[in-house]
Design a protein around this ligand. Sequence first.
Ligand SMILES: [Zn+2]
Length: 195
Amino acid sequence: MALLEKKGKKEGFFLMVEGGRIDHVAHANDPAGTIGDTFAFDNAVKVALDYAKKDKDTLVVVVADHETGGLTIGAGGEDVKADITLLSRLTKTAEFMGKQIKADGSNIDAVFAQYAGINDLSAAERTGIQSASKKALAVANVISARAGIKFASTGHTGVTVPVMAVGDKEHEFTGLLDNTEIPKIIAEAMDLDLN
Ligand SMILES: [Zn+2]
């Protein structure tokens, strides 16, 4: 920020930061990864907001280019609530846990106990993970099922994404916007002539 500020003393500057790992972990349907990287993204947004507060002439726009995974919270029926306590006990991603599992599957229970606080795997869960070719995804699916959450896809979805803005022209980021409108509003805020 300090370097950009110095370089753009007269004209100002444009900075785009992507929290790209959220997409990766959502493709992997990884509960701990999705939560952890969303927190990391939140921390990055805070840096931008703190800067804007100090600078008083900065527009901060937070938006996604698409949704990934189609995460449902409280999946499995009307009475199913997400188990936040279980999710808060996760200390490693499913990707990490999958890599810890030995080829003979002898330590599956130990891995779940150590990194997910789950001490009562069923025989079906254990054999499901053992026989899976994609260990990380199998681990992730067991955790999600127990936590009452569910991913609809390992790909991108067509769900609309939120856009949030603070600063000049913030009021224009309302309603249903086509994605092509966003750079136009930013250009307007920067007094750039796109023609
Ligand atoms: Zn993606």
